[in-house]
Structures are given as structure tokens and as C-alpha cells.
Design a protein around this ligand. Structure first.
Ligand SMILES: [Zn+2]
Length: 171
């Protein structure tokens, strides 16, 4: 009894206070809704990492691997001006807009930033050099083939990506 007589008034007081507080809260539902806790932004949805890559992303990935491959198999020298560098780019003779030759190793060579960027690929010198290497016919054939329309799907891209990953490992 002694225990409860000491404990009960403070407990009752606390309970009464809590009831009063809850009543006030209930009277102001909007106030509660705008409390800092409630205003906090909802958590962002967890990103689905298993999402299937779009064809555009696969194309970008293939470009990246193919560029590394080109810079790995050919000398570290700009194909059109001869500058030696470790920071070369993958230059295309026939523009990348044509998919038929976009990932054709015969159409691509390492180029310095100057030739590939400012010089817009130096197509005339590029062509001369390719013709010296492969002969007139092959270069003309490659040039003529550029209008062929290709429908490249995800399976094709994924296959090429796997192939270049393997080729890069075995360089
Ligand atoms: Zn150059």
C-alpha cells in the first residue's frame, strides 16, 4: 500500500496531463500534420539495380569498350598526324552515325584530340592512309556500305559487349 500511495498520485497526474495533451492534438489535426516529422520528404524508392539496360545504354557501353579496343590494338600514334600520345581517341573514318561501320575495326583508328575534334576526323588524310593499308576497293566498298540499314537489338548489343570484354582481357 505504501508503494502505491507514493506512486499513484504522480502516475495519475501524468496520465491526466497526457490525456489533456492528446485532446489538444486531436483538436488540431492540421498542426500535427505539419510537424517537422510529418513534413519530412518521403524516402526515395529503392532503385531497381536489376533493371534491364536500354538499347541506348548498351550502345554507349559498346562504344566505350570498342574505343578501348581500338586504342589497344593499334599503335599509340595519331593515324592522321602521327602525334605520339597516351591520350588518343577512337577516330572514325566513316562517321559514327552509320551503324554498319561504327564498330568496324577497319574504319577506326586512334586519333589525337586535335585531328578528331578540331579537324573533324581529318577524313581526307584518313582515307588516303586507309587506301594505302587496304587498297582502293575495300575502302570504297566500306564507304558505299554505309547506307545499309541495320536493326540492332539488345541481344546483338549484349553479344558484342561480351565479345569486346573478352577481347580486351586477352589483348
Ligand atoms: Zn592527330
Amino acid at each position: 500500500m505504501k508503494y502505491s500511495t507514493i506512486k499513484s498520485p504522480s502516475y495519475e497526474e501524468a496520465l491526466a496531463k497526457k490525456i489533456e495533451k492528446d485532446k489538444k492534438k486531436a483538436r488540431h489535426p492540421l498542426k500535427r500534420a505539419t510537424s517537422p516529422v510529418m513534413r519530412r520528404k518521403p524516402k526515395k524508392a529503392v532503385r531497381n539495380t536489376t533493371k534491364v539496360k536500354t538499347t541506348a545504354k548498351l550502345k554507349k557501353e559498346l562504344d566505350r569498350l570498342f574505343s578501348l579496343y581500338i586504342r589497344g590494338i593499334y599503335p599509340k600514334r595519331c593515324y592522321t598526324c602521327g602525334t605520339q600520345s597516351d591520350r588518343l581517341q577512337c577516330g572514325h573514318y566513316i562517321s559514327r552515325q552509320y551503324l554498319v561501320t561504327r564498330w568496324d575495326t577497319r574504319n577506326c583508328r586512334p586519333q589525337c584530340w586535335g585531328c578528331n575534334g578540331y579537324g573533324k576526323g581529318q577524313p581526307l588524310i584518313f582515307e588516303e592512309n586507309l587506301k594505302k593499308e587496304y587498297g582502293n576497293d575495300l575502302v570504297e566498298e566500306m564507304k558505299a556500305s554505309r547506307h545499309k540499314i541495320l536493326k540492332l537489338d539488345r541481344v546483338w548489343y549484349e553479344g558484342q559487349i561480351q565479345m569486346y570484354k573478352y577481347r580486351l582481357k586477352t589483348l
